[in-house]
Design a protein around this ligand. Structure first.
Ligand code: GLN
Length: 187
């Protein structure tokens, strides 16, 4: 099973390393045609508006929209914003693949970035979650399962073959989130 990491912008290399540490074969995806060579994809954090700009420059957007409809995909932070069906603050185009609404930069200026322990519904210790100018999932619709939350807010969700995190699991030592994605992909 080959897992791609979208490498147009943002924090892609830490994802590749983490996937490799967990025994997956991970490769960077920079061109639309490379999506044909992978069976699953991570869309990393960064700046979702910049990511969108790059996607639209290279005719990548529509190819990616098709991919995420069919294949396991994990969006983190800006990647989660891209997967959402509705984006606010400001409204922004997205892939509309997951039944979630998100608000960009929702934690305000004073706490742009922080590390928190979040409740993991699968039990065990709280997950160490690194939030960087993070979005907030403001609503979840049908078919969406909340896997982790911070206070009353979902921060890690799954809908069928899709997962989204508002934090950066590739930046903490905790490997459970990527392991859960690899489990979702299957053997
Ligand atoms: N603030 C970014 C955005 O709105 C997301 C931040 C991140 O990916 N760390 O796109």
């Amino acid at each position: 099973m080959k897992v791609g990491v979208l490498a147009l912008q943002g924090d892609f290399d830490a994802h590749r390393r983490r996937l490799q540490e967990l025994g997956a074969s991970a490769t960077l995806v920079r061109k639309p045609a490379q999506l044909d060579e992978v069976e699953a994809l991570v869309i990393p954090g960064g700046e979702s508006s910049t990511l969108l700009w790059h996607l639209e420059q290279h005719g990548f957007f529509h190819r990616l929209a098709e991919f995420v409809r069919a294949r396991p995909t994990f969006g983190t932070c800006a990647g989660a914003i891209l997967l959402a069906s509705e984006v606010a603050n400001p409204p922004q185009k997205s892939l509309g693949a997951m039944n979630i609404s998100v608000e960009r930069n929702a934690y305000g200026r004073q706490i742009n970035s922080f590390i928190g322990g979040v409740h993991w519904t699968r039990g065990g210790d709280p997950l160490e979650a690194v939030f960087i100018r993070a979005p907030r999932i403001t609503s979840v619709g049908e078919g969406v399962e909340v896997l982790a939350s911070e206070g009353s807010h979902p921060v890690l969700v799954q809908q069928g073959h899709l997962m989204a995190a508002t934090f950066h699991p590739e930046l903490s030592a905790d490997k459970r989130v990527h392991a859960a994605f690899l489990e979702l992909i299957g053997p």
